[in-house]
Ligand binder design. Structure first.
Ligand code: NAD
Ligand code: ZN
Length: 360
């Protein structure tokens, strides 16, 4: 048995207001006046925003606002990398991502692709990256995905939706400042928060479970229950706790795997562009055969927060479209093996997935 030798985020700051320490942290990493820091910032913070106005720019440092209507594409990463290379005589001192999972993933991918030749689509997969990334910092502004702690960056390429999984992907530095999440709209708070909840259920109910994953997964699961079903949390405590739940949920799947909801949600994402958080919710809502207790809790949470999930998104799809979604879902073999076990191919049939997709 060979155990994974897993890389982690090297440094992390946690605390309300810790965003103010960013300048001090970056000052130590500046390589010179021609090596700027590039800040990718979710465009929801565009304008004279309280968050953006706290970023100090020196020399050629740049803020680039990132639209987050769609999830990142490999072609988008290649374009961002080319813009940096054409615009500067030296590699940047670092990439700083400020936003949700989309901005986290874009920042990690650009940092990797600045030192690895070719197109990002060629690195979708496991351990294809050859050279360390440049210094990269993650500052989440919404909690749940665990992208701040993971060793992947999920990208949609011409042929597949798959992460660049590598030892060089994790951030060198993360700043966890729960205050940054205070203006997240309620629906989005729920969808991204449920991504964390689903990570916990899929990890804790999976066949890959071990004490490492379990210890993180159980903690995050309890935090999610308190946040989404409890009554006595102040909104600040809830923000703090969801940020830690996201981290622990990410740590839990790092050493195990996700499962059925994620596999099927990737299918919806690939074909219909349904985003990760909401896609997981749409799928998870129908998975009582696989995760009975988790789905029952999910339905309680959904009712308590009065969340209406979209219905009938697969209603008018044609057979070839269902086939494509099923292909994408089934290609994620480790997810199925974790969820069902080594003999999953005898249990999970195309007909079963078709029946599930038709309900969505
Ligand atoms: P997101 O990045 O899609 O953002 C969702 C919305 O929230 C956007 O409209 C954004 O503008 C808004 N938002 C973010 N912070 C805000 C704030 N403080 N105030 C107001 N609005 C705010 O959301 P997400 O759910 O965090 O990320 C989903 C992405 O993460 C997907 O692309 C998914 O593939 C990826 N993901 C990556 C990993 C990983 O390990 N790398 C894991 C899970 C998901
Ligand atoms: Zn997820």
């Amino acid at each position: 048995m060979i155990y994974k030798n897993y890389p982690m985020v090297s440094r992390v700051v946690f605390g309300r207001g810790s965003f103010n320490q960013l300048d001090e942290i970056l000052a130590l990493k500046r390589k010179g006046r021609n090596a700027p820091f590039i800040f990718y910032v979710d465009d929801v913070f565009k304008g004279n925003h309280w968050l953006t106005s706290r970023i100090t720019l020196s020399y050629n440092d740049k803020i680039i606002y990132v639209p987050t209507k769609e999830e990142p594409k490999t072609s988008q990463i290649d374009q961002l990398v080319e813009n940096i290379i054409l615009g500067h005589s030296e590699l940047p001192s670092g990439i700083i991502g400020i936003g949700g999972g989309i901005v986290m993933d874009i920042s990690k991918a650009v940092a990797l692709m600045l030192t690895n030749k070719g197109e990002s689509k060629d690195y979708q997969g496991w351990d294809l990256i050859k050279h360390p990334a440049i210094y990269h910092v993650g500052i989440p502004t919404i909690s749940g995905t665990g992208a701040e702690v993971s060793r992947t960056t999920i990208l949609t390429g011409p042929e597949r939706k798959l992460g660049i999984n590598s030892d060089y992907t994790p951030f060198d530095q993360v700043i966890l400042d729960p205050e940054l999440t205070k203006d997240v709209p309620k629906d989005q708070w729920f969808y991204t928060g449920m991504d964390c909840f689903v990570h916990c259920v899929e990890s804790l109910k999976g066949t890959y479970l071990n004490a490492f994953s379990q210890s993180y997964g159980e903690k995050a699961f309890e935090l999610c229950k308190d946040i989404f079903l409890g009554d006595d949390l102040s909104s600040e405590d809830a923000q703090d706790q969801l940020m830690m739940a996201s981290w622990h949920g990410g740590m839990s799947i790092a050493y195990s795997q996700v499962g059925v909801a994620h596999a099927m949600s990737y299918g919806l994402g690939y074909l219909l562009g349904v985003k990760h958080g909401i896609g997981n919710c749409i799928v998870f809502d129908h998975l009582e055969d696989y995760y009975p207790e988790g789905v029952a809790l999910f339905k309680q949470m959904k009712a308590k927060h009065n969340i209406q999930l979209p219905k009938g998104i697969c209603e008018y799809l044609e057979d070839y479209q269902f086939d494509k979604m099923i292909d994408v879902a089934l290609s994620l073999e480790p997810l199925w093996e974790n969820a069902i076990g080594k003999n999953w191919k005898n249990i999970i049939t195309r007909e079963k997935l078709l029946e599930l997709y038709k309900k969505m």
